[in-house]
Design a protein around this ligand. Structure first.
Ligand code: ZN
Length: 262
């Protein structure tokens, strides 16, 4: 499967010339296999994904949302395929996304869009979605958030954009999701120094993210959910720090695609 990164930011989009290197859109990652597309989170990066699908609409699109915080939903109402009558879109969430598609947040409901849409409950556990085997598990985050593992053929991805390490149950769930994957994308909102002053907010730092990923035996890991105020030069510094410590670690960048299992 081809895994593409459409958004890497946490909390809010980052706009301006200081953010173009690593990208300013909020979290969205896609997994493509044949004519099926799995989308992980509906951050603003999903808008760019929709534009790319204009000329290559998959037979069916499944959107899995890790949790209902705005940075993981903002792109959904503006996802181009929702405006196409020939699109089939399934939305999976642990909450009812109808709350987003209603006044005063939006003037239209999901049923007002031309696409054929269906909403499903997403819970911890393993299921098959077309060619993808999907495992979801609860992580440590205020209000709850799911981490997701996707396997297809020989390829595997773990996507854990929002979680705070240090909680025994949450950490073991995170390690289990990441175990032996080709690529793990892990919350590193903070630097280790920043984290000390921000405990309890539901996010981690790159050092702990790397330690957990390495403990899980991942082939590669990329930090994601970059703080929206973190400029490219600072992310480049962090990239150097990660690279010196772990050869398999990097800072995730919007616009990259990884062919996993091929
Ligand atoms: Zn977030």
């Amino acid at each position: 499967m081809d895994v593409s990164i459409w958004g890497v930011r946490g909390s809010a989009p980052a706009v301006g010339s200081q953010f173009v290197g690593f990208g300013g859109d909020t979290c969205c990652v896609s997994c493509r296999s044949g004519d099926r597309l799995l989308v992980l989170d509906a951050g603003t990066g999903m808008i760019r994904l929709g534009l790319q699908l204009e000329t290559a609409l998959p037979a069916r699109i499944d959107v899995l949302i890790t949790h209902g915080h705005m940075d993981h939903l903002l792109g959904l109402p503006f996802f181009g395929p929702l405006s196409r009558a020939d699109a089939e879109i399934h939305i999976w969430a642990a909450f009812d996304p109808a709350a987003l598609f209603s006044p005063p947040l939006l003037p239209m409901s999901l049923a007002d869009y031309p696409a054929r849409t269906e909403v499903h409950a997403l819970a911890a556990g393993t299921m098959e979605i077309g060619p993808f085997t999907v495992t979801a598990a609860a992580l440590n985050h205020p209000g709850g958030a799911l981490g997701i593992r996707v396997s297809q053929g020989q390829g595997s991805l773990a996507y854990l954009p929002d979680f705070e390490p240090g909680d025994l149950a949450g950490d073991s769930a995170a390690v289990a999701l990441m175990e032996g994957v080709d690529l793990a994308l892990v919350d590193a909102t903070y630097t280790p120094a920043e984290y000390a002053a921000r405990q309890g907010r539901g996010h981690g730092d790159w050092q702990t993210a790397g330690e957990l990923a390495v403990k899980a035996g991942v082939r590669r890991f990329g930090t994601i959910h970059h703080q929206h105020t973190r400029v490219d030069t600072d992310l480049a510094t962090i990239s150097g720090q990660i690279g010196r410590r772990w050869k398999q670690g990097f800072v995730a960048r919007q616009g990259e695609t990884y062919a996993l299992g091929g």
